[in-house]
Design a protein around this ligand. Sequence first.
Ligand code: SF4
Ligand code: SF4
Length: 194
Amino acid sequence: MAGVNVPSLCYEPRLSPQGTCRLCLVEVDGLAKPVAACTTIAEPGMRVTTESDGLTEYRRLILELLLSETPPTQGCPRCSTLGPCQLHAAAGRYGAQEDRFPRLSQRKPSQDPNPFIRRDYQWCIACFRCTRICEELEMARAIVPSGRGQSTCITSFPGDRLLESPCTFCGQCIHTCPTGALMDRKVVHQLGYE
Ligand code: SF4
Ligand code: SF4
């Protein structure tokens, strides 16, 4: 509300805050440790620092760890056609290097043949905005997180096929995804990269 651009990846203004990506950590006078801006209630007289050398270093580290979970940026068809996603825009803002950490094995693209939503989870950073918007806003609960850690994936039932799930194809999951993991197949075809 103060017009300060605090970076975040898991925050979605239409949903309850989750505080998991830790990118929105800010320093508050009187508190020993930084706190997540999205889950901290502002109070009268509170003095908040949103950018500092320490916060920049911390955000760069988080982004470099996230980049190690996804393919190299130069190979991203979404970035080269539509422009950087929120992840890659934040990486550029904080100077995150994509090869600082060894690349982890990536999540697998879904084999879902539905004709509307391209689900390429190799770009997924497990922020769960898609599953939360599907449950909290669309109330469909068509997609859910499954597994833990780097094995976490987003799936639907039965058989990971959206056409057979309660999906309404509202497109809210595509709209909220901060990376190119979810895209409208029509757009993908028009851009010629599928
Ligand atoms: S398009 Fe389907 S999976 Fe995506 S939010 Fe809407 S109902 Fe959920
Ligand atoms: S598909 Fe997109 S919105 Fe869903 S968890 Fe992965 S990065 Fe987040």
